[in-house]
Write a protein that binds this ligand. Structure first.
Ligand code: GDP
Length: 463
């Protein structure tokens, strides 16, 4: 049973987004290897699907920068989701928005904004997720002098004299700050943080050399602390609430769920309630598992250790029977027996939030998770695209047969849009035989664009 007296602050959950190859994975790796080389070394705590950087570690690595913040940092640390990209971000949802409290948008300072950068910003705007921009690959700028640091003290002044600008300053302005301004954000390098909610902090970093990483960490901690002060709920309260990250088969355990718990406390022996498009799944928790540290591993196959209790925010592997129908991105609760019914009600409501209103006629859309399906539907709705069927899952033969029949009444409806999901072989065979157009991609923006191009082509052809 949950002990109501415990009222701890939880770690803010942080997600990394950005265009392909701009350095999301490298940046995450760099953050995950943040170490303090003192005797009382603070390290990183590995969770399932996430890494926790304790506030002590952040304070130590960022000690020169601490004076930027007048406020004390009382959060326990930050929890960074290990899977980068907007697919993970959109899958990890909770009622009323994104699971991540804060996002890091990675932009290659040499390349600037790309389609996925803009797509990520749209998703962040939609979810009202505050973010910082990591202007990455600083080391690639010729003549970059790390001794002077990535601080620009009089940028606006220098802008009046273009000849005095360094290559770094020009790139930062043209590739990062100006595009952010165009999208309606006030943006600034962090040394001149303004206290307006629309100001985006831009932090020049190099995932390769590690430069700027302490700055990035302390800015995120500061941003999270600001939320705390605005009482935006970083308290740990009640039973565990979370989202399914992945379903994984584990040797000796069978099907397990990797989940991120964003609120509350769970105990081994509690019950698990999970939402599914077809209903609610209830099961009894066999074990709440955490990864073993390397020195605890007697046998490399023996990777997990059970916990009696887990506290948000955390990543956990859950072993329980009857998990076959669980899908990624589903809402989840871990509750005592007496709380099962109220948790079920809560989950049903949450699933309803995800439901997409369908049109009498239109196309078929499919995606890997409920969150990504909703994100795809939202983008298509903006372009007035009608949707007849929206489902989580792979493209199968039935989908193609249905699309074929939709096309008969209106050729524009003979399309299937597949976001981040597989097309089964029998569906491929069926597509060959029929007049159905399939759009497949991992980028929503690209799918919408390709669909619009196809419509234009059809209009030309039908003239
Ligand atoms: P992702 O697709 O956004 O996850 O990007 P990756 O992290 O895989 O990085 C793409 C490429 O850029 C890789 O070859 C990295 O080694 C390289 N890269 C990432 N960060 C940096 C950086 O700070 N400096 C330099 N020079 N290269 C980087």
């Amino acid at each position: 049973m949950y002990n109501g007296d415990i009222m701890a602050l939880r770690c803010p959950i942080v997600s990394v987004l950005g265009h392909v190859d701009h350095g999301k994975t490298s940046l995450l790796d760099r953050i995950r290897t943040t170490r303090v080389t003192t005797r009382e070394a603070g390290g990183i705590t590995q969770h399932i699907g996430a890494s926790e950087i304790p506030i002590g570690t952040i304070k130590k690595v960022s000690k020169d920068l601490l004076n930027i913040f007048k406020a004390d940092l009382s959060i326990p640390g930050i929890l960074v989701i290990d899977t980068p990209g907007h697919e993970a971000f959109t899958s990890l949802r909770k009622r009323g928005g994104a699971l991540a409290d804060i996002a890091i948008l990675v932009v290659d300072i040499n390349e600037g904004f790309k389609p996925q950068t803009i797509e990520a910003i749209n998703i962040l705007k939609q979810c009202k997720t505050p973010f910082v921009v990591a202007a990455n690959k600083l080391d690639k700028i010729s003549g970059w002098n790390s001794i002077n640091g990535p601080f620009i003290t009089n940028f606006n002044e220098q802008k009046q004299h273009p000849n005095a600008l360094t290559e770094f300053e020009i790139k930062l302005y043209e590739n990062v700050i100006a595009p952010l301004n165009e999208l309606g954000f006030e943006a600034d390098v962090f040394s001149r943080v303004k206290d307006t909610t629309k100001t985006i902090n831009v932090i020049p970093v190099s995932a390769m050399t590690g430069e700027g990483i302490p700055d990035l960490l302390i800015i995120i901690a500061g941003l999270a602390q600001k939320f705390l002060e605005q009482k935006l709920g970083l308290n740990v309260e009640g039973y565990a609430k979370g989202t399914v990250l992945e379903i994984k088969e584990e040797k000796g355990l069978g099907k397990t769920i990797d989940a991120i718990i964003y609120d509350g406390i769970a105990k081994a022996g509690d019950y698990i309630v999970i939402g599914n498009p077809d209903g609610v799944i209830t099961s009894k928790v066999k074990a709440l598992l955490k990864p073993k540290a390397l020195d605890e591993m007697m046998d490399p196959r023996d990777k997990f250790k059970p916990s009696k209790q887990i506290v948000a925010a955390t990543g956990v592997k859950i072993s329980a029977p009857d998990l076959d129908m669980v899908i990624a991105g589903s809402p989840l609760r871990i509750v005592s027996k007496s709380e099962i019914e109220s948790a079920k009600e809560e989950i049903v409501q949450e699933i309803e939030d995800f439901e997409i209103t369908l049109d009498d006629e239109g196309i078929i859309i499919k995606a890997d998770t409920m969150g990504s399906l909703e994100a795809l539907a939202t983008e298509l709705r903006k372009k007035n695209v009608k949707i007849k069927k929206a489902e989580v899952g792979e493209i199968n033969k039935k989908d193609v047969i249905e699309a074929t029949s939709y096309a008969m009444s209106n050729p524009y409806n003979g399309a299937i849009i597949a976001f981040n999901t597989k097309v089964l072989n029998d569906a491929k065979v069926e597509i060959e035989k029929n007049d159905v157009k399939l759009f497949e991609d991992k980028i929503i923006y690209k799918l919408v664009e390709d669909y619009e191009d196809w419509i234009k082509e059809m209009e030309e052809a039908l003239k």
